[in-house]
Design a protein around this ligand. Sequence first.
Ligand code: NDP
Length: 539
Amino acid sequence: MTPRDPRRSRPIGPGHGLAVSKLASRQYSGDMGAAQQGTAAVGRIVSINPATGVPLGDVPDLGEAEVRALVAKARAAAEAWGGVSLDERCRRVARFAEVLMERADEVIELVTREGGKTRQEALGMELMVVADLVRYFVRHAPKILAPEPIRLHLFKHRGSYLHFVPRGVIGIIAPWNFPFAIPMGEALMAVIAGNGVVLKPSEVTPLIALLAKELFDASGLPADLLQIATGRGATGAALIDAGIDYCVFTGSVATGKRVAAACGERLIPCTLELGGKAPAVVCADADLERAANAIAWGGLANSGQVCASVERVYVVKEVHDELVARVVAIASSLRQGDASVEGAEVDLGAMCWDRQLEHVAALVDAAVRAGAKVAHGGQRGKGGLFFQPTVLTDVRQDMEIMRKEIFGPVIPIMAVRDEDQAIELANDSHLGLLAYVFSRDKARARRLAERIEAGTVMINDVLSTYAAPETPWGGVKMSGIGRTHSAHGLRDLCQTRHVNYERLSLGAKEIWWYPYKAQTYKTLLRAARLLFGKRPWQR
Ligand code: NDP
């Protein structure tokens, strides 16, 4: 048996029969400064390369007092930062993207080692996403957060505008599947909006968060503005209780409900980015080569550990066999392995942790027992935490594999009678994050897209809107509440305040103020009938 860290389910030590890395494992105090000093009793969390089982380093498991101290530090820094002009904040945050590109190799190295993903995924889905998000928001935030006038349709003698002020401290609780792009995209938007941030990374990928903090400090941004609270679920719960002003949570539906309840108890507003079960609807007129490529990449990239992954395919029966053959051909050509090995050309890396691997294997086994056929893969890979790229056919809507989030490299494909049935089945889910439609007929594809219950529907493409920071990201139904990215996401990180002012003075008082007189009542009633009743020519 591989030894296990009792505090988490990942195997540690030279597991999987592989030798211990030459990389010296790193110990982080987590730059907790005063918050950490004298807290000898703090436990440690070991971070592990999921492809090899080799420990990479360890970080403190912070308790309530430490988290409170981090929030206090971030708040003090935010008070000064919120007073810096928005243009100046944007100018300073822009430097983060430059430092990220200067140190790209180092970040990619750690993302592949700690996150198990391939180098191309680390570059394209983590670093480039953040660099572009920074570039977009430093350019557009001044417009998005500029005071917004409101034209009043009735009170013509008065004017109104909205202005957007920092909330204070934003608590970010992040998952392990995009350990750099998700928390840092959110953190940098929060900082542009004038806030301080305390980030609780997943216990599975804490080192990446600490490296991100190093880059943040190296960019010349105020060091205390971003704090990292390493720890487990209890540390996340402590963060919500530590006096934050807003919580951006990304993770599972189950934890999201707990976070929503905790935020509700404290009346802290929150954004919840939760699970997905993205359907792909393939019409008879689809470009099947493009659809197959998109479905294979959309279902298998990052070993399927993407909230927007293609998790179920509904293909009209006329083109089912051809689509399956094409997806299987792609899946069987993929190379799987340890992407952190120098010069490795790998398409699929490791899964991030063993609990997830077991969940995927159990879902596939159950589907096969219930009658699904394995068209490709279906087994654990050799060595580290690998699961073969898998294509299942003969699946039914009542199977768990079509209802539960898989979050692994598995593509279940189901033949349907027609597009109407595909839409009906696509909507038969408690989740609604992303969805995909494949058709050559642009107008019909849009009509179908508009019938699907999801936060985002993409036509003839998959996943990529996460990399378009101007578009909103978030789900309907149990996939979450609120949006990240986009103008909506940036404004949510601010308090919206409304100022209503006098454009034209009407003297000492308005007509409806005291005292109430019979004549005033008659005048108001006449005015109301004129404004809201039938027009004279309609009577
Ligand atoms: P979890 O819900 O298990 O954990 C998410 C984060 O919450 C982790 O940092 C976790 O800490 C922390 N946490 C756990 N318990 C609590 C608690 N009681 N209070 C506060 N924080 C807590 O999700 P995973 O990390 O397993 O991530 C996978 C899930 O995330 C999938 O369902 C996926 O669909 C979803 N996701 C959604 C995205 C979206 O944009 N909608 C994007 C990416 C992922 P720890 O890890 O230390 O336990």
